[in-house]
Design a protein around this ligand. Sequence first.
Ligand SMILES: *[C@@H]1O[C@H](CO)[C@@H](O)[C@H](O)[C@H]1NC(C)=O
Ligand SMILES: *[C@@H]1O[C@H](CO)[C@@H](O)[C@H](O)[C@H]1NC(C)=O
Ligand SMILES: *[C@@H]1O[C@H](CO)[C@@H](O)[C@H](O)[C@H]1NC(C)=O
Length: 519
Amino acid sequence: MESALACSSFQFLCMITLLLLSFLSMQPTTSATEFSIKEATVQDIQLAFQKNQLTSRQLVEFYLNQIKLQNPILKGVLEVNPDALTQADVADKERKDKTAGSLSRLHGIPILVKDNIATKDKLNTTAGSFALLGSVVPRDAGVVTKLRKAGAIILGKATLSEWAHFRSFGAPSGWSARGGQGKNPYTLGEPCGSSSGSAISVAANLVTVSLGTETDGSILCPSSYNSVVGIKPTVGLTSRAGVVPISPRQDTVGPICRTVSDAVYVLETIAGVDTFDKATIEASKYIPKGGYAQYLKKDGLRGKRLGIVRQYYDFQDGTFLNETFKLHLETLRQRGAVLVDNLKIENIDEIMSDGSEEIALSFEFKLSLNSYLKDLVASPVKSLADVIAFNEKNSKLEKLEYGQDVMLQAEKTNGIGKAEKQALLNMTRLSKNGFEKLMKRKKLDAVVTPFSSFSNILAIGGYPGVSVPAGYEKNEPFGICFGGLKGSEPKLIEIAYSFEQATLIRKPPPIRKFGVVMV
Ligand SMILES: *[C@@H]1O[C@H](CO)[C@@H](O)[C@H](O)[C@H]1NC(C)=O
Ligand SMILES: *[C@@H]1O[C@H](CO)[C@@H](O)[C@H](O)[C@H]1NC(C)=O
Ligand SMILES: *[C@@H]1O[C@H](CO)[C@@H](O)[C@H](O)[C@H]1NC(C)=O
């Protein structure tokens, strides 16, 4: 972000500018109404549009101010779209010209996309790395095409763990060379990654909604840490075309938002066939007629069978968490869910100790990244080997002290050999004999776990999951996760929405500027 850079070099000037901006942002943004942009949902905003209480331009201006104010500390936003205000004006004009009701729910709504999701505009797409700065993408990512078609405003790019945390496991979560260290707005500590910036930014009201990506935990974990809602869709339900890849077998693009309904509106917009990602054709059979919003039912928990895998509730120090989750389980029961307790995933020990995921991701990353880079119109790096060499050469800029062990490991792979085949077979077998068997035998609609502790089970099988805010321990937020079989998004949405509406736990973080907490 430009102002963030300017801040480090011209601290004083920057402070004056920001103080001025913060003064401006204290002025009421809309006059004589009760509508407040902070914490506003998509539905609130659409209603305000309809009543002429708000324009997309005012909305974008509000977020741009918040970004200027808070982003130097939080570092959730990597780049702001220079065309965002123009896009807002177009949306405002379209709304005037067209009849209400003919427009998409995301029309005129600002969205941030993770910096590994390509946009063919003035924004860079770099996965947080200087190695991709100046690369020219051939086209918008499939999900971005769908967002633009719906009339959403691309507000900018969100920060992330560099390369979606596939450079080195030694690099801190939420850190990238271009974006710096993203901060959890509640604690100023760990935001979790790799879709850290997406979660930070919606949590801190820097934008209405956002997109993240997940290979293993990267939507569910930051959502849990930053007290927001994340949907990790079934692999293939949303297009991965134009997304800097790790694994076509596990990668998925999904919404990170403040509420379940906002996340569902985004999911509904981005799900579906994209000819640039063949997996979307097969997965489109999962998309229900009439879309996902019909599953936003307050009584969605009634009759649902929820599995409790005890292992995930064994907290080491956990009186408080035990008590909280006991209460949550009680709430689920009171709302009509049947809890099927004391379950075990039969082969869980094998899953945890088996190295198959690591082996598979390693060779898949090399193949798919090389193919992504080859598809670029122009780029300083054309292969994984080039990226590794770039990091070596620019070791200061890229903080090579964090290492690039994951990339080096991947570079050593050579396509699908015997070990790789075995690893792929193992994961299919482990999923079938583990999670799928449990779900089918016990006739479960979902498994419910604290935090995102279930993410690797969901990852290796391509299964969906939803994370919903579940509480705060001291000031640290944590979530609850519902995971299910492929294509079970309708059920997961019913469960997640019903739980959210029964508890309404999320509260916004304090506003952060220069480390000073503004209430
Ligand atoms: C993209 O990167 C270039 C090179 O650093 C920079 O000049 C430009 O401002 C960036 N674009 C945006 C929208 O920030
Ligand atoms: C928390 O729950 C686990 C298992 O459910 C139990 O073993 C442990 O003793 C509990 N801890 C506390 C402090 O109650
Ligand atoms: C996969 O399964 C086979 C057979 O059970 C086992 O020998 C092997 O260790 C497993 N893991 C990997 C990474 O191949």
